[in-house]
Design a protein around this ligand. Sequence first.
Ligand code: HEM
Length: 579
Amino acid sequence: MLCFDAHFLACLAVGILVVAYVLRNLIVLLATQYVSPLKALRSPPSPSFLFGNLREMYQQENTGLLFDWEDTYGHTYAYRGFLGGYRLITTDLAAITHILAHPERFQKPDFVRESLAAMGAGSESVLTTESDVHARQRRILAPAFTAAHIRTLHPIFWDKAAELLERWTHLANDQKGLCLSVDVLPWLSKATLDAIGLAGFGYQFNALSGKNDELADAYHLIFSTARKLAVRTILETWIPLLRRFRPHSEVMDRARAHLTRVGVELIEERKLTMAVELNKDGPYQSLQEYPRQTRPRDLLSILVQSNMASFASQRMTTPEVLCQISTFLIAGYETTASALTWCLYALAHDHAAQHHLRAALQAIPRDSPTLDDDIAKLEHLDWVVREALRLHAPVTWTMRVAMEVDDVPVDNPFTDRWGTVCNSVRVNKGDIITVPIQAINKSKRIWGEDARSFRPERWRNPPESFKNGLWSNMLTFLGGSRGCIGYRFALAEMKIFLYTLVRNFEFSAEKGVVIEKVFNIVARPIVKPANPTTAIPTPTNTGPTATSAPPPNMMPLLIRPVEAFSDIGDAADFPDGNQ
Ligand code: HEM
């Protein structure tokens, strides 16, 4: 009896604590929301008390929601989050510039950092740290991303692009001049995973060749799950305790353990090879004594050196180094794969642009000794890459949280819900801000009436209005000190892949196939059935590890070798479905 009572009382105490914890969080949330100055902003109606506009936001790329909202509420307004909380959203360039220029005042919200950490980046990654720790990590990592170092990685990109070309050529040859339906997404994911593995860490995933690799499978799993905005995810945002009780996937746990094992092996191996080099090169006592100009610049060497550094400002601990390894593997492949996939999609829907690009690429011979310099400078290729990255930014939006009260200045005064004209937005500590990367990239105000069309020639005279994006007057790689560290890596890889693929293949869309975007860190394509009874088309080939079930994310395109196409006719002869 006593035992039952003790057990009962313990359960009761735990229950009370849990209820008190949830209530406390809800009260803090409601109080923060109650006093938030964002309540004064105009806002669209909220379809759900519990989830506000979050579900609509998730679909915004397919519905044009943010454009409608901007037409109705102007550049600066609020939408509703969990339990009706107001979140600032602004396409005002002065406001965005201010937010990105003050990373101390506007940090990543903890629920964003935790979900990135849980997806494999870890809590000590440059993607998830803030303030001094983040600044130190960026400083240490920067030498691996200079233009000069990225140039040394080109041979890896060329090899991987050639391998992909060979595989597609092999498949296409069986078609005897007819179009082959290929889901390009998994192929590009595998190729870019191989590339970052080798370029960053000398690690052979062999994903393109179809060899089984537990790590490659783990990354595939990370990006192919969580396709729906789950209620649980929203609740976890405000009740952090729930994050500790995420359903555990055994596969993911195994994958994480495997990732750590591989990371430790990579570090140890590199330490050994660097020690051998050191002894060969001179009487240095430690890696840090290497003359600066002869120090290896590849990512793994930089991480290993920092692990052994004696100065705190240059040192990363082993767990930190492991976090960077998994971060760069994640950040470095699915983003670029998504960018390339959407670029091929855009070209498949615009044969004139594709034709021009191909002609420009074919003018540079593959065996030219200056090929690397030439394609880096090739105007038309550059335009296509910029335009695809503008229209199909892989990272569609990002979030920040105000760490203190601030007045965010705006270029375009806005009228609040009481009719007052305002020149700045007041935010309180804890207010959430959405930076709508894609909506700004497609803004008619910046890019003109044809802002939502794919028109590479616009880059002949690009608009000057936005100076603060990291690259090319746009927000695709964000800006400020938290802008994408790997943008040169991504651009070089994209250009080499496009040179190789577009010179050799014609791409076209499949008739009647409508592609939509879903979000899982990056924008990924899915096929929208024309009506509920229409089956999702299964491309002839989905990549080396295809299974009978259609993959959840896919980009089926028709491809045909250029020679076969040239024999048959002109670009206009492509099957229906192309515009
Ligand atoms: C087309 C390809 C890519 C796009 C569109 C892209 C976009 C972005 C964006 C928008 C951010 C900022 C996220 C935020 O603060 O909310 C970011 C950060 C980052 N990216 Fe990329 N990225 C790409 C490729 C790469 C590559 C190839 C690498 C590495 C090899 C990389 C590594 C990173 C890292 C480490 C960060 C965190 C930077 C920091 O917080 O200091 N990215 N990227």
